[in-house]
Write a protein that binds this ligand. Structure first.
Ligand code: ATP
Ligand code: FE
Ligand code: MG
Length: 337
């Protein structure tokens, strides 16, 4: 089964052809980062316009790289939400047009389900499975008892983890998106500042990053006022150590409490080298399988959308042509329909 998948929820115009939910036949990601950089973040109107301009070419390239035509495609999948509504609409309209004109089933996919299923392109899921989702807009612990079943057992109460990375980067004068730069700087620094580790209530799987973000910003401003110099590398490292420790410990505790067989990581921050290393160390001697997607599958792509859509294909759970972009699509609700 070949699924043609489209992803346009944010600033990446992406398409991919995925076979049986597991094998990437071809994949294209056209990034818009350069267009948004000078604004220090994604500008929704610019994102939508770029998607419109690039979509046709991205689709042609995806088919050409696979040496396939639309006749070889069995279904069209698309990110339905969450994301920027104008950006999502471009993908949804394109997918509907393709499905209608080629008489193919249409499958709307939740963006975070996609991030989670990026892992299925590497290794088959074993249930119960726990996923640490750490992206630009989300930070949550998701428990899956079977394919397509999502229970959010913890989530951020304020900023998302990637958002905190990007804001700290901005304070350090690093261009958008700052996550990868902070990661690199941190490697050359030390945890000299010992920022607080925010665990919230003892039993909680929730996260909070706004306090840490403020602590970093205040530290930088105070140092500036006093004319002291702090090494950017140490600030980056201290911030990162605080973030990673909490992410790893909460994931570890949840994996024990729910006795999961498989732990996976998803979203842009899953590309973080320190997080990958610390998770690896924490689960090394544990009787649980840990998988971490390759870097290219952590940030936004369409392969992950095709991987997630395969379950719906098997179930015959198709969307009608009334499918619409849904910027507030809920993960648990999506799994239940
Ligand atoms: P969402 O998936 O929640 O809708 P998004 O699609 O914008 O949000 P992703 O593309 O999944 O987010 O991830 C982008 C985020 O990942 C950015 O905040 C970026 O800074 C962060 N990021 C990418 N690489 C790294 C890294 N090596 N270390 C830390 N953060 C990183
Ligand atoms: Fe994403
Ligand atoms: Mg992105």
């Amino acid at each position: 089964v070949n699924i043609l998948a489209i992803e346009t929820s944010c600033d990446e115009t992406a398409a991919a052809i995925i076979q049986d939910g597991k094998r990437i036949i071809s994949e294209v990601v056209a990034t818009q980062i350069d267009s948004h950089k000078r604004f220090g973040g994604v500008v929704p109107e610019i994102a939508s316009r770029h998607h419109v301009e690039q979509m046709t070419q991205v689709l042609e390239d995806t088919l050409q790289k696979a040496s396939l035509s639309m006749k070889d495609i069995d279904a069209v999948a698309v990110t339905e939400g969450p994301g920027l509504v104008g950006a999502l609409l471009v993908g949804v309209a394109t997918a509907k047009a393709l499905a209608f004109s080629h008489q193919l089933p249409l499958i709307g996919v939740h963006h975070i389900a996609g991030h989670i299923y990026a892992n299925q392109l590497i290794e088959s899921f074993q249930f119960p499975l726990l996923c640490l989702v750490v992206s630009g807009g989300h930070t949550e612990l998701v428990l899956m008892r079977e394919h397509g079943d999502y229970e959010v057992i913890g989530e951020t109460r304020d900023d998302a983890c990637g958002e905190a990375y990007d804001k700290v980067a901005r304070v350090l004068g690093i261009p958008y998106p700052g996550g990868p730069h902070v990661d690199r700087l941190a490697k050359q620094g030390e945890d000299t500042l010992h920022f607080p580790r925010i665990y919230l209530e003892e039993e909680s799987y929730d996260f909070s990053f706004s306090g840490l973000k403020s602590a970093v910003i205040n530290t930088v401003h105070n140092a500036k006022q006093k004319g002291e110099s702090l090494k950017k590398e140490d600030i980056a490292c201290s911030f990162q150590e605080s973030v990673v420790e909490v992410l790893v410990e909460k994931t570890y505790r949840a994996s024990k409490d729910y006795q999961v067989k498989h732990v996976v990581v998803a979203g842009g921050v899953a590309a973080n080298s320190r997080l990958r290393e610390a998770l690896g160390a924490r689960f090394k001697d544990e009787d649980v399988n840990l998988s971490v997607p390759p870097l290219s599958l952590c940030t936004d792509n369409a392969a992950m959308i095709g991987a997630a859509a395969f379950n719906d294909y098997k179930k015959g759970a198709f969307s009608g042509l009334e499918l619409n972009a849904n910027p507030g699509l809920d993960l648990e609700q999506y799994g239940k329909r």
